[in-house]
Design a protein around this ligand. Structure first.
Ligand SMILES: Nc1ncnc2c1ncn2[C@@H]1O[C@H](COP(=O)(O)OP(=O)(O)OP(=O)(O)O)[C@@H](O)[C@H]1O
Ligand SMILES: [Mg+2]
Length: 368
């Protein structure tokens, strides 16, 4: 098996720096997801690991061996791309056999590996078909199969599901996860889809502009985002951000929204971390804003009136767009009855779960 280590990895194209000193450890058997918006450098990082892109600076180690100058074929890796890159004139079997035949593997070995991979990926009935006669999901599985038969210790995936429709994407996501649990190959997976990242990764690397914003488990990233960028990027629906100032009244700190939407007393646990006059963004997830109930156990002063501006009904929950003092924000509510557009509702804000970001730096003030 294999571990991967990136030490202060840099990438320049001419004078343009696209990766700035990236440090990352991928443990043996770990599934690490690089996630971030388009252009942040995910594919470039993956391609440097694969050897498809030169490394400008820093060290890349696989299995504790320096790999910077080792050719892609000698790195013991397999790569699955977004465009499956199957040979159209070959059958599924021949596509799967291709790399092994190139390496002059014995016929029996080729047959055994293909049978096992086809079984694992439910491709056995399709081995004699050509790629054109397969669905998108089946083609994607053949692409995975090609990587599996190589018995590589490291799997690199670059947006492998982005050509599939939503339902198939979900199905393949589960299959990739199942494959990983079975095979326990060390994996690095690139996506800009935060849902894919959250559900697949043992560890997420949130990137922005060629830099690492935060590394952590999906739950750590969701519950303790270290910056406004991470909080906004991870989570669906997107976290609400309110422009606020910390004010003091009767020796108690309050958080005052800039447009007069609210002025809430801060929970005691957050008082000591802040001081009067600070300009902050208050992040609160839609699931922490809900229609008030008598027994919601929140202080009465954490409530405001809001007008229902839009309702997106999803079945057992709904996303409400609420309006207060011309400011729009989202609330996620569960249940069987939902309010109508135009109604005014009393909303509770669970301030125990808020994040406060320094307006100047974007850093989460609660985890300094
Ligand atoms: N050959 C190149 N020459 C110059 N700049 C490049 C080259 N290849 C990529 N870049 C730039 O490097 C940056 C990172 O690109 P990269 O493909 O790694 O992004 P990404 O995070 O994979 O984005 P996406 O989600 O769109 O695939 C981008 O700004 C891109 O324009
Ligand atoms: Mg990319």
């Amino acid at each position: 098996m294999s571990n991967i280590e990136l030490k202060n990895i840099k990438k320049n194209y001419g004078k343009t720096t696209v990766i700035e000193g990236l440090d990352l450890s991928v443990a043996d058997g770990e599934f690490v997801v690089l996630v971030g918006p388009s252009g942040c450098g995910k594919s470039t990082t993956l391609r440097m690991i694969a050897g498809l892109e030169d490394i400008t600076g820093g060290d890349l180690l696989i299995d504790d061996k320096l790999m910077n100058l080792v050719s892609p074929t000698d790195r013991g890796i397999a790569m699955v791309f977004q465009d499956y890159a199957l040979y159209p004139h070959m059958t599924v079997y021949e596509n799967l056999a291709f790399s092994l035949r190139l390496k002059k593997a014995p016929k029996k070995t080729i047959e055994e590996r293909i049978t096992a991979a086809a079984e694992m990926l439910s491709l056995t009935p399709y081995l004699e078909r050509k790629p054109a006669d397969l669905s998108g999901g089946q083609r994607q599985r053949v692409a995975m199969g090609r990587a599996i038969v190589k018995k590589s210790n490291v799997f690199l995936y670059d947006e492998p599901l982005s050509n599939l429709d939503a339902k198939l994407r979900h199905k393949m996501r589960t299959e990739i996860k199942r494959f990983h649990i079975q095979a326990k190959t060390t994996s690095v997976y690139v996506t800009h889809d935060q849902l894919e990242a959250m559900t697949l990764g043992d560890k997420l690397v949130v990137m922005s502009d060629g830099k690492v914003e935060q590394i952590g488990t999906p739950l750590e990233i969701y519950q303790r985002p270290m910056s406004k960028f991470v909080a906004t990027f991870i989570g669906n629906p997107t976290i609400n951000m309110f422009t606020c100032e910390v004010v003091k009244e009767d020796d108690t700190l309050l958080i005052k929204e800039a447009n007069g939407v609210f002025k809430f007393t801060l929970p005691e646990s957050k008082q000591e971390l802040l001081s009067e006059g600070m300009k902050v963004s208050m992040g609160i997830r839609p699931s922490d804003i809900f229609i008030s109930k008598k027994n919601d156990h929140l202080p009465p002063e954490w409530r405001i009136d809001g007008k229902v501006d839009m309702v997106e009904l999803l079945g057992k929950n709904a996303f409400l767009t609420m309006k207060s003092n011309d400011i729009l924000f989202q609330s996620e509510v569960m249940g069987s009855e939902f309010p109508q557009i135009g109604e005014t509702k009393l909303l509770s804000f669970n301030l125990n779960h808020i994040h406060l970001f320094d307006d100047a730096t974007g850093i989460n003030l609660l985890y300094k």
